[in-house]
Design a protein around this ligand. Structure first.
Ligand SMILES: [Zn+2]
Ligand SMILES: [Zn+2]
Length: 220
């Protein structure tokens, strides 16, 4: 009996090791949040704030990849802007082996289909639990008081879209970084931090955010 029990135990332990180990190794291998500049360079200060915001608010190691050209396949000639979904498909193929997520960063106008509007201009787009998101500074500059405000908007949009890729949907709490901008860039200006609800959702999904981060923009 004793011998049989040992064999049984060994089998159970073996199955446990096989099911748990690869996932743990995978998690350790994919830990970097990558920023992929797309097209013409943005001001260095703006890229730096996006990086700081992601490190501070999301708590992952962040790496800026070498610039890449915008893929011609994503260009939409009638409006002379780029289709965000196609940019996400492109970014999916560029995730490095150690990359947890990849964020495209561009200054060109981007768009997607929203309801009956085929070509709706966007601040950013990220797929829920997807590998990729993309953000554009184009609309952050609209009706802004200057480069400081548009830079802060861009950094908030970066955190918002990355939040989508971590599994968060839009949040009903006013001032939460996961608020739906609903086509108005001014929504960014009242955002500050993730709310308690969003923090709980991420913690429950095994992705807790840094607590009490040093938030890199002023409280509205
Ligand atoms: Zn969103
Ligand atoms: Zn929230």
């Amino acid at each position: 009996m004793g011998g049989m029990r040992r064999t049984w135990l060994k089998l159970v332990l073996g199955a446990f090791t096989i099911s748990i180990l690869p996932r743990r190794l995978q998690a350790a291998a994919r830990h970097v949040l990558c920023i992929q500049p797309l097209g013409s360079d943005l001001p260095a200060e703006d890229v730096a704030l996006v990086k700081t915001a992601l490190e501070t608010m999301i708590g992952l190691e962040v790496r800026i990849l070498p610039r890449a050209d915008l893929p011609a396949a994503a260009f939409y000639p009638p409006r002379r802007r780029y289709r965000a979904d196609k940019l996400l498909d492109f970014l999916d193929t560029r995730l490095p082996p150690d990359g947890a997520r990849i964020l495209g960063l561009t200054g060109v106008d981007i768009s997607t289909t929203k309801g009956k509007v085929f070509d709706w201009g966007l601040l950013g787009l990220g797929r829920i639990n997807g590998a990729s998101s993309v953000i554009s500074e184009f609309r952050c500059r609209m009706k802004s008081s200057g480069p400081t405000q548009s830079r802060q908007r861009l950094a908030k949009v970066a955190v918002h879209e990355t939040g989508h890729t971590l599994g968060l949907e839009h949040c009903p709490n006013v001032g939460c970084l996961m608020e739906d901008a609903a086509g108005r860039v001014a929504t960014c200006d009242r955002e500050y931090d993730f709310c308690g609800r969003c923090r709980k959702l991420l913690a429950a999904a095994g992705r807790p955010l840094p607590t009490a981060p040093r938030i890199p923009w002023p409280r509205p």
